[in-house]
Design a protein. Structure first.
Length: 100
């Protein structure tokens, strides 16, 4: 007997995460941009919070609806930096973990 397919409790619309510069260098500042995509119009992002390299990110909303935050990369440390984002829509929060 086959099990029925599982369904997600909440099908969150996707976001695109960009950095500028595309490949941030150690000891430098960069921008993180979180852009709603796909079905985000029906469930818009209300708020974005997060941390990069264990430092809080302070997002502001750009005129195009994207959320942008300035971040700094430590001078010393591993080759990659952990990025944690909390995306809030309609009272629901999704957590996304990325590596830069």
């Amino acid at each position: 007997m086959a099990a029925p397919p599982a369904a997600a409790q909440f099908d969150a619309p996707a976001v695109v995460v960009r950095t500028s510069p595309v490949t941030p260098a150690r000891g430098r500042l960069g921008w993180i941009e979180v852009v709603p995509s796909g079905g985000a119009v029906s469930r818009p992002l209300h708020r974005v919070e997060g941390e990069a390299a264990d430092e809080p990110l302070h997002f502001s909303v750009a005129p195009n609806g994207a959320f942008k935050a300035l971040f700094g990369l430590p001078v010393e440390g591993p080759d990659s930096v952990e990025l944690s984002l909390r995306l809030e829509r309609e009272g629901r929060t999704d957590t996304t973990l990325l590596t830069l």
